[in-house]
Design a protein around this ligand. Structure first.
Ligand SMILES: Nc1ncnc2c1ncn2[C@@H]1O[C@H](COP(=O)(O)OP(=O)(O)OP(=O)(O)O)[C@@H](O)[C@H]1O
Ligand SMILES: [Mg+2]
Length: 301
């Protein structure tokens, strides 16, 4: 069971996240990133967060603790922006919290240039993304964090944000569990991910029992699309179990090299420049670059 905590202080919205998660402190003195049930991404995103995150943890990947957060919008009364206030008002009750990793940095393309990732670890992460059809771990938005960045232990990769995984749950009837997946722009594609080793190691671990245990962590209140919550759990278990058995069909290979990706970016940049009026042609090229506020590489020199 996920632990339950009550948010006691609202710290700030995380505006870099599309769903505008909030950082809160809770009654256990922890600090959490809260994904709200009232966000435009909806409850399915939270279902995906729980299932994929807990599966990652069970397979030995680093993933911050998830908790259920009781949230009363009153604690965020000082939030000045109406759209964020509306999000809070629509989210009174139980939401999803993730342990906040203080000082963690997003794995941006710049940071990735000198942060080493072992091909085996990269392979395990890519394999998990392929199994769970995660469309949001790309070079543009890695949803990987580097932490800790201060202290004596080495910085390691942490997985976050699986809200865009399990895309099949948006089209249950039309999804083939053996469908191949395009990992062309995967954030770890240029680390030579050893997906075959990951498949040999991880596929046997993804048993029906493990899937049942993971899916059991999703609160009933978020499993309302069809049937009873347990019938929905069966559907997730059935799909993922069929997919893991079909891994030979979707195992991603042929990752483009760092140089090929750079050449593609350069081509895209040239096309953009071509379409611009003369007076805009000298504007700095931001293709493939992180937004300024996400570029923490300067701090890691
Ligand atoms: N547990 C965490 N600890 C520290 N920082 C975090 C944590 N979770 C998220 N963040 C920061 O907040 C940003 C947004 O989080 P996240 O990607 O989970 O939100 P989102 O709304 O799902 O975003 P999007 O859909 O736009 O990718 C992350 O890129 C990261 O910088
Ligand atoms: Mg994200």
């Amino acid at each position: 069971m996920l632990r339950e905590v009550t948010a006691t202080r609202y710290v700030a919205p995380l505006r870099s996240g599309g769903s505008v998660p909030g950082v809160v402190e809770a009654d256990d003195l922890g600090t959490y990133v809260v994904k709200f049930t009232g966000s435009a991404q909806g409850r399915k995103a939270l279902v995906a967060e729980v299932i994929v995150g807990e599966l990652a943890r069970a397979l030995g990947l680093r993933f911050p603790e998830l908790v259920l957060v009781h949230f009363d919008p009153v604690i965020a009364d000082g939030e000045p922006h109406q759209e964020v206030r509306d999000l809070h008002a629509a989210s009174a009750g139980v939401n999803l919290g993730m342990d906040y990793l203080p000082g963690a940095k997003d794995l941006t393309p710049d940071l990735a240039q000198y942060f080493r990732v072992d091909p085996l670890e990269a392979g395990r992460i890519v394999w998990l993304d392929a199994l769970t059809v995660n469309v949001d771990r790309t070079v543009h938005s890695s949803n990987l964090m580097v932490w800790p960045t201060l202290g004596t232990v080495p910085a390691r990769l942490w997985l976050i944000d699986h809200g865009a995984a399990l895309v099949f749950h948006h089209r249950w009837d039309a999804s083939d569990p053996a469908k191949a997946y395009d990992f062309h722009n995967h954030a770890l594609g240029h680390y030579a991910p050893d997906v075959r080793a990951a498949d040999a190691e991880l596929a046997p671990k993804v048993t029906e029992d493990l899937l049942r245990a993971v899916v059991a962590e999703v609160p009933d209140a978020w499993l309302t699309e069809f049937g009873t919550p347990d019938e929905m759990r069966d559907a997730y278990v059935g799909y993922l179990h069929a997919r893991v058995r079909a891994s030979a069909a979707w195992l991603p290979t042929d990752f483009p090299t760092r140089e090929e990706l750079a050449a593609e970016e350069a081509l895209r940049a040239a096309q953009t420049r071509q379409g611009r009026p003369k007076w805009l042609k000298q504007v700095p090229d931001l293709h493939g670059k992180p937004a300024a506020e996400q570029d923490w590489s300067v701090h890691l020199g």
